[in-house]
Design a protein around this ligand. Structure first.
Ligand SMILES: Cc1ncc(COP(=O)(O)O)c(C=O)c1O
Length: 343
């Protein structure tokens, strides 16, 4: 290989062997933490940068400016270092010091927004700062992961191919920008229209529609529905709370040796809901990142106590799954009777 960027992708699939998987059924986990920055965002960032270079929106040696306080910033910073691009990451005070150090380690410039926007959050204030910086850096490129159609397009054209090598009934993933799941779903369904797609989101998020209320998980969910969340690509949805998602992470770490991020715990629980609550025999679940990002939070008992998170054990989760919570998801619709998700 000639560049670290060539190591992006080709992430392994592991079959989960755990007593929570119903007998006779299969749960496969696609581990995106095997990307160089330990998340699926390496793929998204690469797709956005390559498309911009191809279209001429970004010149070789040019500047990339993005608002992010999570995984995308790490990926853009790495790509900038590998390709000789300048990267400016716009963050807010909620960003972790580890993420800031990660961006800086790759040589990215970190721009902190300290004043919240009118609604008390920082998301819109960060976008305003991006606009300012674009003005100050003529020719700079803003990937805009939420609305840029190149985000799902890359996952459709490239990532989805890796999901076509295995037989399964249902693909399960989660949404924030919606880019990876919409793109992979579209790519898979083109060749295998019989595969169903379950979109999971954290309870409180408005990424799939509905009203927003605060939640704890990072990476997954959004305060609005982004243009890259294509509901027509999804057949079912499930809204899962912080407690179930985090409990799943903790159980998989201790009992299966899988150190996963919170959104991966959420997706794993959604995949189990699907196996318990439908006739699906096999499910492939997309695990977006690694638990190494959350050792001081989701994997820290004191943090969980401060945040009033209740950890469920295996038997309690099994009972919830058997009670078929999935069929009583917030929409009130039954899994088997929802041909397509609509709000
Ligand atoms: C850990 C994690 N999970 C899930 C997602 C959601 O991915 P997408 O933005 O493609 O919907 C992200 C994206 O930032 C993420 O970092």
């Amino acid at each position: 290989m000639k560049s670290i960027l060539e190591t992006i992708g080709s992430c392994p699939i592991v079959e989960l062997s755990h007593s929570l998987v119903p007998s006779g059924k299969k749960l496969y986990l696609k581990l995106e933490q095997f990307n160089p920055n330990h998340s699926i965002k390496d793929r998204t960032a690469l797709g956005l940068v390559l498309a911009a270079l191809k279209s001429g929106h970004l010149a070789p040696g040019g500047t990339v400016i993005e608002s992010t306080s999570g995984n995308l910033g790490k990926s853009l910073a790495m790509i900038g270092a590998a390709m000789g691009l300048k990267v400016i990451v716009v963050v807010d005070p909620k960003v972790s010091s580890t993420a800031v150090n990660w961006y800086k380690a790759y040589g990215a410039q970190v721009d902190m927004v300290n004043t919240p926007d009118g609604q008390g959050g920082y998301q819109r204030a960060r976008i305003e700062r991006v606009q300012q910086l674009l003005h100050e850096h003529p020719g700079a490129y803003w990937p805009n992961q939420y609305d840029n159609p190149q985000n799902p397009a890359y996952h459709d054209e490239v990532t989805a191919k890796e999901f076509a090598r295995l037989d399964y009934d249902v693909l399960v993933g989660c949404v924030s920008t919606g880019g990876h799941l919409s793109g992979i779903a579209r790519g898979i369904k083109r060749d295998r229209p019989q595969v169903k797609v379950l979109a999971c989101d954290v309870l409180g998020s408005a990424a799939l529609g509905g009203a927003f209320s605060p939640y704890l998980l990072n990476g997954v969910g959004l305060a609005w529905r982004s243009a890259n969340t294509h509901l027509d690509c999804f057949d079912y949805h499930s809204l899962i709370d912080d407690h179930h998602a985090i409990s799943m992470c903790r159980i998989l770490a201790r009992e299966s040796g899988l150190l996963l991020g919170g959104s991966a715990g959420l997706v794993a629980y959604g995949a189990l809901q699907c196996l318990y609550g439908s006739s699906a025999k096999s499910v492939l679940a997309i695990m977006p990142d690694s638990g190494t990002n959350y050792l001081d939070t989701l994997y820290d008992d004191r943090w969980l106590e401060q945040k009033n998170i209740h950890l469920y054990g295996v038997e309690a989760l099994r009972q919830d799954l058997q009670a078929n919570e999935f069929k009583r998801s917030r929409s009130g619709r039954d899994l088997e009777s929802v041909p397509s998700l609509s709000y």
